[in-house]
Design a protein around this ligand. Structure first.
Ligand code: NDP
Ligand code: GDR
Length: 342
């Protein structure tokens, strides 16, 4: 049985990846942050009593700011595969908290890579790199396109990209970067633009909200469907050689078009409800990201099947259903979980 360690398991991607690896028969270990309230909503449906002999999912308190803890856990768990998905991942917030973002999203990566090295284990390492690295470089963007980061978040991820590559070359580690374009789902964090829109559509449709305040709606993004992207992460670690790959759909649409599709899918006109608020603008914007995923398709047989237009409808339906059922859209059944070790 293979053993995997996922940082960021409580996030959108971490939850889908945990599902995927458990379905493949892995023993899965996830790092969670101690918080004053439960933060495991996205994985509560995967809960297994750790006293159960058949338990395959285990959670450990840790933070990417605590290098010693990472070394201890890496030595104890000795995973075959490590997926580093943890980050302060919000671009707008990174302008408000640049130092914290650098520490978690940048320096956190070297702490984890050092933990692998110091534990002296043979493991395959996945780094969650991003299309934000391309920043001001116009599309289409591929593995060969030069980087031009436009935010503290992207600059921190640039460090993580290069240090991952450096550990691959310096220590012959199987360490790869997945350069993933935006990917979304009903589990997407509520302050990213797609989910902000689809939640508002559901609230407006059901009479709970009147207006939606937005920033720059001219930017273009290549939005894909998160469950398909975690499959791509896994495939990168099963390859014969460690290489970096772009995952994208190849279709770019504007935020405005995502608004139009989402509102009209619910029988609404977006222009009746959307207002501008400059607080959602960024000091430097990334105007257009559209990926070229040809290498992943050729080498890994990976291809996105859901694009941004389809995704908007999936997410609106899920948020409408969530309101109807006053619950979480992605769970068939929610188990009462008590993960803590304390
Ligand atoms: P989320 O923001 O949904 O999840 C981030 C995860 O990181 C959460 O589990 C969070 O924990 C954890 N985390 C944050 N800070 C720390 C810390 N100091 N120590 C340990 N864990 C921490 O991100 P996504 O799932 O959307 O993305 C996964 C990764 O992929 C991120 O690195 C992101 O930057 C990157 N990425 C995402 C893309 C996307 O479109 N989704 C595209 C390209 C890259 P908690 O739940 O406690 O907050
Ligand atoms: P992004 O995602 O910055 O691409 O980073 P986000 O959804 O936050 O923004 C996409 C675009 O929408 C514009 N926008 C708004 N964005 C938000 N959040 N809120 C608004 O009100 C709003 N109005 C307009 C933004 O300006 C931007 O152009 C995401 C994150 O998941 C990163 O972690 C990841 O690396 C990249 O995708 C790829």
């Amino acid at each position: 049985m293979k053993r995997a360690l996922i940082t960021g398991i409580t996030g959108q991607d971490g939850s889908y990846l945990a599902e995927l690896l458990l379905a493949k028969g892995y023993e899965v270990h996830g790092l969670i942050r101690r918080a004053s309230t439960f933060n495991t909503q996205r994985i509560d449906h995967l809960y297994q009593d750790p006293h159960d002999e058949d338990a395959k999912l285990f959670l450990h308190y840790a933070d990417l700011g605590d290098g010693a803890r990472l070394v201890t856990l890496m030595s104890e768990i000795r995973p075959d595969e490590v997926y580093n998905l943890a980050a302060q991942s919000h671009v707008r917030v990174s302008f408000d908290e640049p130092e914290h973002t650098a520490d978690v999203t940048g320096t956190g990566t070297i702490r984890l890579l050092e933990a692998v090295r110091l534990a002296g284990i043979e493991t395959r390492y996945y780094q969650a790199s991003t299309s934000e690295l391309y920043g001001a470089t116009p599309p289409p963007q591929s593995e060969d396109t030069p980087f031009y980061p436009r935010s503290p978040y992207a600059a921190a991820k640039l460090y993580s990209y290069w240090i991952t590559k450096n550990y691959r070359e310096a220590y012959e580690m199987f360490a790869v970067n997945g350069i993933l374009f935006n990917h979304e789902s009903p589990r997407r964090g509520e302050t990213f633009v797609t989910r902000k829109i689809t939640r508002a559509v559901a609230a407006i449709k059901t009479g709970r909200q009147q207006h939606l305040y937005m920033g720059n709606i001219d930017s273009i993004r290549d939005w894909g469907y998160a469950p398909e992207y975690v499959e791509g992460m896994w495939r990168m670690l099963q390859a014969d050689e460690p290489q970096d790959y772009v995952l994208a759909t190849g279709l770019g649409i504007t935020v405005r078009e995502f608004l139009e599709i989402s509102f009209s899918h619910a029988g609404l006109n977006w222009e009746d409800h959307v207002k501008f608020d400059e607080r959602y603008l960024r000091p430097t914007e990334v105007d257009a990201l559209v990926g070229d995923p040809a290498k992943a398709e050729k080498d890994l047989g990976w291809k996105a099947t859901v694009d941004g237009r389809e995704l908007a409808k999936i997410m609106v339906d899920a948020d409408l259903e969530a309101i109807e059922h006053a619950g979480r859209p992605w769970f068939d059944r929610v188990k009462l979980a008590s993960w803590g070790t304390a």
